[in-house]
Design a protein around this ligand. Structure first.
Ligand SMILES: *[C@@H]1O[C@H](CO)[C@@H](O)[C@H](O)[C@H]1NC(C)=O
Ligand SMILES: *[C@@H]1O[C@H](CO)[C@@H](O)[C@H](O)[C@H]1NC(C)=O
Ligand SMILES: *[C@@H]1O[C@H](CO)[C@@H](O)[C@H](O)[C@H]1NC(C)=O
Length: 396
């Protein structure tokens, strides 16, 4: 495959025993993604100059897995933050899961969910059954009284499900030998070839102005081709360019947003939502350009507790307030929620060059579109509007 992007992600939630005790209505993919985008916005606010990668869909998925176990205020907070309908979103989530992982996508989207529970932890049948039916959730019991062995086992499972890209997700000290009851996991693995690949020998070291204002020499890929391009504007009047790079299967694209020179990426990010992304379609047109984008990779861990709490999903993290009575008769709360993501974007090891070579030879002086300053990217499953991954790259 010519152009390969590997994206892996892990969303994880550890449950511990209680110590004392959308224009058109948004699709379910978009509802979940919007919450994930808000989490991303929370995270980049405190890390404006770092590379950040997140799976909005992963955030929604782990909440979707916990939802059938939640009751009362805990449930209300999740439902309202996700804008899900009260009477169970499961039928819709099941459809979404099927659609995202359908073979018709061609580019590989592999979503795996797992639940690892303490031996003897009394779990409600319906909770497990709902997760199995909707997300093909795998489950098994483990012995958390040996945190190192349990962490090793889970990490191996994660490594297996992400083709080795995510390692050491769980540190033994995140598990408590007497109190850990359940570890819920959602894994997304994506592998797509560009519809129009880049010639490796067109990649050259070029300048990129980092988020910190310094000039960096980075490997810049380049191709002369027809791309869908547009110019969008935030309500504050900040202009930014939008570029679409489709993957070969035609259902998934990477969308890149890059503001004008001297405009920080942070002036665009607060304006991003699935509705914004949908609105780009009207502004974009096919144009022949020489596109230059950096190869990049990033490996990022995000603690979800603070951003989710800030977005109104707070009770599930509180020992006193958490209500998971539909999960187990034993009171539990979420002691940790984190996500680890990795992305590699390059032009290597690929065989999709067939689509590109002709174009590369075509013209000598087309207009240049260069992504040579901090940019935002989103990887979107277009049929459902689900944002699988997003990130800000300050230094490729
Ligand atoms: C996925 O959902 C979209 C939008 O609802 C629909 O057009 C498409 O046919 C679905 N694909 C599959 C494989 O279910
Ligand atoms: C991971 O994959 C290896 C090799 O296929 C297998 O032996 C092992 O049991 C798997 N581990 C887990 C936790 O799934
Ligand atoms: C670049 O690669 C193409 C395809 O492999 C080859 O035909 C071409 O000669 C190469 N160009 C240079 C400058 O090496």
């Amino acid at each position: 495959m010519k152009h390969v992007s590997f994206l892996c992600l892990y969303a994880l939630v550890t449950l511990c025993a209680h110590k004392g005790v959308l224009s058109a209505a948004p699709s379910y993919g978009e509802r979940g993604s919007d919450l994930g985008i808000q989490v991303f916005q929370q995270v980049v606010r405190s890390k404006p100059l770092e590379n950040v990668v997140l799976s909005p869909h992963g955030v929604a998925s782990i909440l979707g897995m916990l939802l059938p176990g939640a009751q009362g205020e805990t449930r209300k907070q999740i439902i309202s933050a996700l804008r899900y309908k009260k009477n169970g979103p499961y039928k819709m989530l099941k459809k979404l899961h099927k659609n995202l992982t359908s073979k018709s996508n061609q580019d590989l989207v592999q979503i795996t969910n797992g639940m690892f529970s303490q031996n003897g932890f009394p779990m409600e049948e319906t909770f497990m059954a709902t997760n199995k039916a909707n997300f093909q959730c795998e489950s098994r019991s483990l012995d958390f009284s040996n945190p190192t062995a349990a962490a090793d086992y889970i990490n191996q499972w994660v490594r297996n499900k992400t083709k080795g890209h995510i390692t050491n997700l769980i540190k033994a000290d995140m598990l408590d030998s007497t109190l850990t009851r359940l570890v819920a996991l959602n894994s997304i693995y994506f592998k797509g070839s560009w519809k129009s690949g880049f010639q490796p020998n067109n990649t050259k070291m070029r300048s990129f102005t980092g988020g910190d204002g310094n000039l960096y020499k980075v490997s810049m890929m380049s191709q002369l081709s027809i791309f869908n391009l547009g110019m969008a504007t935030t309500p504050q009047g900040v202009k930014y360019r939008v570029i679409e790079l489709p993957y070969h299967g035609n259902t998934i694209s990477m969308l890149i947003a890059v503001p004008a020179e001297d405009t920080p990426l942070s002036s665009v990010i607060p304006h991003i939502s699935t509705a914004t992304v949908q609105s780009w379609a009207k502004l974009m047109h096919m144009r022949k350009v020489r596109l230059l984008i950096p190869k990049f990779s990033a490996d990022v861990e995000v603690d979800l507790k603070a951003p989710l709490s800030a977005l109104g999903i707070a009770d599930m993290f509180s020992q006193d307030a958490a209500d998971f009575t539909h999960l187990s008769t034993e009171p539990v709360y979420v002691s940790k929620a984190l996500q680890k993501s990795k992305i590699i974007v390059n032009e290597e090891g690929t065989k999709a060059a067939s689509t590109t070579t002709a174009i590369l030879m075509a013209r000598s002086s087309p207009p240049w579109v260069t992504v040579d300053r901090p940019f935002l990217f989103l990887i979107r499953h277009n049929p459902t509007g689900t944002i699988l991954f997003m990130g800000q790259i300050n230094q490729p």
